[in-house]
Design a protein around this ligand. Structure first.
Ligand SMILES: C[S@@+](CC[C@H](N)C(=O)[O-])C[C@H]1O[C@@H](n2cnc3c(N)ncnc32)[C@H](O)[C@@H]1O
Length: 263
């Protein structure tokens, strides 16, 4: 059999430009419904009132779609225009009041306050410098009303160094074959993922795309210090999807930071 492959023209060199159309299929095994359910449990545990939610680094809007369905007033921001296009197609056609805005999470001002600000699926691990993480925390803080919650996950050192580590994985789904090549540098603490994919098109051709993604991790003490510096009054760090403290085998943490009532 002859396989015809053509290369995808890149709109931009940024991660999440080329893969945007294929992101949902790449993430087919992520339990987003379970993740949203966990966030709603956090809202109840912290007695959060209100329905205004900001989803930072919203990607293709999967999580925003769930919040809109549950009657939350949701706004999504993301750096990638291509990801936002998919989010708009998915969510706005059904829930036209939802807003999607292109913005950098380290420097934005929507001139609005929210009851909760969320940032999911390692998006903050893409900020490779502590100064960028500090700015992202500050922006989230500035967009919360007093008493509001900032809820985000982050990959841990264990995830980047041991689970991702060094190696190559090939994944196949209905229309997509993807090759994930990971490399971890213990000195820089940066994990580099080269993602190559072949996406089957209606005409039988395969479209080839490639992106490089870099993530780092931050010690819990740094996360706490930066959140404290941003002004948060309370910070709790959990094992993702649980309400127990993380262990040395924790892959992903969930952080809940509360803005004080009197600020
Ligand atoms: C792993 S995806 C997660 C997307 C979405 N939160 C989800 O759960 O599917 C990471 C997202 O972070 C976005 N991103 C990376 N750096 C960003 C930045 N500086 N500002 C805003 N978004 C950013 C990417 O464009 C991408 O959509």
């Amino acid at each position: 059999m002859r396989i015809n492959v053509f290369n995808l023209k890149k709109k931009s060199n940024l991660p999440y430009s080329t893969i945007a159309r294929y992101y949902d299929e790449l993430m087919y095994d992520v339990d987003y419904a379970g993740w949203v359910d966990y966030i709603l449990r956090i809202f109840r545990r912290y007695n959060l009132r209100g329905t205004k939610v900001l989803d930072i680094a919203c990607g293709t809007g999967i999580v925003a779609g769930y919040f809109a369905k549950y009657r939350y007033d949701i706004t999504g921001i993301d750096l990638s225009e291509a990801m936002l296009e998919v989010a708009q197609e998915r969510v706005q056609s059904k829930y036209p009041q939802t807003q999607f805005i292109q913005a950098d999470m380290t420097q934005f001002d929507l001139r609005e306050h929210f009851d909760a600000v969320i940032c999911l699926y390692d998006s903050l691990n893409y900020l490779l410098k502590e100064s960028q993480l500090q700015k992202a925390y500050q922006c989230a803080y500035n967009h919360l009303r007093p008493g509001g919650l900032y809820i985000f996950d982050m990959n841990t050192e264990f995830a980047l160094s041991q689970i991702w580590g060094e190696g190559t994985t090939v994944r196949e789904t209905k229309n997509l074959t993807s090759i994930w090549e990971s490399e971890y540098n213990a000195t820089t603490r940066i994990s580099t993922l080269k993602l190559t994919f072949f996406a089957r098109q209606d005409n039988g051709y395969y479209l080839r795309g490639q992106e490089t993604h870099k993530e780092t991790f931050y010690p819990y003490s740094t996360i706490r210090r930066l959140l404290d510096h941003a002004g948060f009054a309370q910070v709790d760090i959990y094992e993702h999807l649980e309400f127990t403290p993380p262990s040395d085998k924790t892959y992903r943490i969930m952080v809940v930071a509360k803005k004080g009532r009197s600020t």
